[in-house]
Ligand binder design. Sequence first.
Ligand code: ME8
Length: 654
Amino acid sequence: MAATSDGHRRFYVTTPIYYVNDKPHIGHTYTTTAADAVARYHRMRGDEVLFVTGTDEHAQKVVRAAQAAGLDPQAFADRVMTSFLDAWDRMHISYDRFIRTTEAEHKQVVAEVFRRLLESGDIYKDHYAGWYCVPCETYFAEDALNEGSLCPDCGREVEQLTEEAYFFKASAYGNELMREIEANPERIQPDSRRNEVLSFIRQGLQDTCVTRANQGWGVPVPGDQEHVIYVWFDALINYLSAAGWSLDEEQFARTWPPSLQLMGKDILTRFHGSLWLAMLMALGIELPQMLFAHGWWVTAGGEKISKSRGNVIDPWAEVELLVEESGCTTDVAVDAVRYYMFREVTFGLDGAFSSDGLLARFNADLANDLGNLLNRTLPLVERFLDGTIDQPGPGAGELPEQIARAVARTETSFQTLDMRGMLEGIWELLAAANKFVDERAPWDLFKQGKKVELLAVLYDVVDAIRVTALMIAPVMPVVAEEIWRQIGLEAMAVPMSWDDCQPGKLPAGAQVRRGRPIFPRIDLERVRQRAAAKLQQEKTEEEEAQKMISYDDFMKVDLRIAKVLDADPVEGADKLLKLVVDAGEEEPRQVVAGLAQEFSPRELIGETVVLVANLEPATIRGVQSQGMILAAGGEKPLALIVPDRDVEPGERVR
Ligand code: ME8
């Protein structure tokens, strides 16, 4: 953390900036929520925080998606970025700066970086011939490709490109970078990821192509409008722009270097851990204090969750599920999803996201451990002490020690980003507090007239609840505030400050106010029954669909060979293509097919396919469709059905 001459501690935390190609999924939400929790923690400690997130808008895939949506790229980016703003707002993300790479100031900074590196000889002009994966926006060496010229990251076909281009001399910085990382292990965390970065650099950093032919989208190379700056080079510079580099030197000096840069493991080795750090070295700028790469959310089958694989988990759907099943408020459900992400999996490792797991944790950890402590303690204070702990008790047992332990663990966990360990520590305190209530039985103390002891016991429990609220606030800000309200500290205008994370600081006179339960229990049995019923219904529908038909019925289907003459996206529908096909008739016909996400129009033109020729015509998204193209695959088309040798259009298929 940058300590400055005025004695303030500053904390600059970043997330990657996300591609504006869709709304955020669970992976984006994970990185952003982690950054949010860290930012909130530092704000509570009184540090001056700059938390930056944003959108990466100059990707070629933005141009393609915009075309498919019938918009120009900027209008498309404007539209999609609002879905990020909206999602972050709903997920309680407290960013200080939302940066877009299409902002004029950022573009100015990118051009300035380029200009300086050109001047210093760190960028030079040459030719590039290579394999490029459009969805990943990345070039790959031939030997890195999967069999069949497929992208090693996403498995799609890559394209060969040869062009005049500018290169960044990353090769000049490999050795220095390696020494720097080895000397400062905290610069790249966790350790296993740092080792991956080091072995990548050890193989020799290659000079990186940092421009593309200018097709009207991107930051133009200063003085050479033929080229635009490569989207990754452009995007990484956002961290400098947000800190004011070359724009506001005073702000930059106060802010730089980043205390923590968070990201998923897929964008550490090639981009942040090598390219980004080498760029900074070339510019003579201090390196970030810590890059931390977290793991992936994977499906139960171990596959990474991502838009290009079509298996995304929408965090908002999970929030809605919780609201529906438990009846908690939407804000509480958001906090519960935040909690689940950090409690379920060690930050840094991969983990499987499951809605069942989320519901189970909601009941066990939130409704039972935390909710229960609150719901049983506050009525005791109301009944036995008229709702007020009017003077601090002396500390009646082991709880103060437990509190101090949980606080210490939380503080170290925020330094090492052991989010799971932190929550485990807090939950140990909750377990101890629940046990303490059982063992010290305030109801018996009341009956026995042991007033001093009763006050001391309840003081310690409410004090444990108070510190718990403070410690969970970075992860569950709304829940923390609600607990604060229920234990009467909001009404006393006591600020939620980390300095008060010590036992014995519950102020005298707090008036507890029991509210409705924050975490109403979920009837998991009912959830299971409904899931089973749904499964059964799907099975019945499938069986229904698979019922035998007669030979005559089948012969009613007129299947014909057809040749695709033309293909275009259907405006406003990202799954549909409008095909013009020759089915051996007088006139070609037009067919709407749901193939857009798996096939580009170019791939389809000239293809020989099978057409259901006697399907009733229909209008789909305002476009006339006369027939259907056959493809293998259930929910999404996996392969077209094509004849294995030349057949004339119009030939019958049976
Ligand atoms: O990479 N589990 O943007 P992006 C966990 N624009 N994290 C995941 C994930 C998953 N299944 N899927 C994605 C970009 N992520 C660039 C960044 S920064 C200068 C430019 C995380 O929209 C991923 O690891 O593809 C990364 O942190 C972020 O989402 C990538 O989002």
